[in-house]
Design a protein around this ligand. Sequence first.
Ligand SMILES: [Zn+2]
Length: 82
Amino acid sequence: MKMVDVPVCKCLACGCHLDQAGSPGSEATPIGGDITICFKCGHLMAFTDSLMLRELTEPEQIEIAGNGYMLRLQKLRARMLQ
Ligand SMILES: [Zn+2]
């Protein structure tokens, strides 16, 4: 997984400093509206157009609630933390 630098910001839930992002199986650079997961606490957020973090809107929460890719990412994160 290729990691790319993003502006330094904090997780909106745990305050963990975040300065890189990556997507398994992709070398894409995040863009505004992409969903991200805090590796430390698992909080789901979205990138703004300036690649800062914001909370998900209610429609975004509903859209990803049963998203298989996001569920696999959460399981991968949990395994990596064991
Ligand atoms: Zn966090």
